[in-house]
Design a protein around this ligand. Structure first.
Ligand SMILES: [Fe+2]
Ligand SMILES: [Fe+2]
Length: 273
């Protein structure tokens, strides 16, 4: 099964490259399943229902999110209406929407996708992400209830992300990190067969600070006096993500490669498709 994950779409630049390039990638690489993290799609802060629907229309099967999920208040209501929209699964009981879903890929495979958020340097009051992940994989084991299991672990600390990778190694197809907006160079298949990358990177303008216009973040570091709002950077974007060939027999990763397409960052595409 051919799986593509795209990291945090940031603002109009990020949306533009995803909406323009994704349909062609699905056709050229014969992708069976696509997950896009959309937590920064609306001007850097959250996502609207229109953006969600346009992303699904472009071929994404699922949109995951993270700590910015509720920045656009309308998400609190549309999260209930869209099965393909996921918020972190370890939010408190009673939070709108859902953090995990079972979907059918273009090749007929049953794909379980979960969005889980880290606690280190981030949200210490969340439910334990490791317990949450264990509950999910124990209730829908790979090769029993699901042919593939994808985990978007939205976290700040690479230590927590790597620990989650090892915790789930052999029990899920992919653990991919989001939130830090910079692609890490540790793309690999872990010891027991799970594809792993600490952070997929963002789909956004890299002439920026994490996809935002660089002047105001720099000003805040220099002076601590806010002079303006954070605005999404508007230059041409790089599309960043992770490509994984998942075994239809074992549900584990057979091949994995970073994806970087577009402006600025050195291009990278899988050589196995
Ligand atoms: Fe993000
Ligand atoms: Fe985030």
């Amino acid at each position: 099964m051919r799986f593509l994950f795209l990291g945090d779409m940031v603002g109009r630049s990020g949306r533009t490259i995803v909406l323009e390039r994704l349909p062609g990638l699905i056709a050229d690489w014969k992708l069976d399943f696509v997950v896009v993290n959309g937590e920064n799609a609306a001007g850097g802060f959250g996502v609207t229902e229109d953006i969600l629907e346009a992303t699904l229309e472009a071929g994404a099967d699922v949109m995951t999110t993270g700590n910015h999920v509720w920045d656009q208040r309308e998400a609190l209501s549309f999260a209930e209406r869209h099965d393909a929209f996921l918020r972190p699964a370890n939010y408190p009981r009673g939070t709108p929407g859902r953090g995990v879903g079972l979907f059918v890929a273009r090749n007929g495979a049953r794909v379980l996708v979960a969005n889980i958020m880290g606690r280190a340097f981030m949200s210490p009051d969340l439910d334990d992400p490791f317990r949450c992940a264990a509950d999910i994989v124990e209730s829908s084991p790979l090769r029993e209830q699901a042919d593939a299991v994808i985990i978007d672990f939205h976290a700040e600390a690479t230590s927590e992300k790597q620990a989650m990778g090892h915790f789930l190694d052999g029990r899920v197809s992919v653990v991919v990190g989001t939130h830090t907006h910079v692609p890490t160079a540790d793309v690999q298949i872990l010891a027991h067969g799970t594809a792993y990358q600490s952070d997929a990177g963002m789909c956004g303008d890299y002439d920026s600070s994490l996809g935002m216009d660089k002047e105001e973040p720099l000003n805040r570091f220099l002076t601590k006096v806010p002079r303006g709002r954070f605005e999404a950077a508007s230059g041409p974007a790089t599309l960043c993500g992770l490509a994984v060939e998942i075994s239809e027999r074992t549900g584990l990763a057979e091949k994995v490669a970073p994806v970087r397409l577009g402006a600025r960052l050195q291009e990278s595409t899988p050589d196995f498709w």
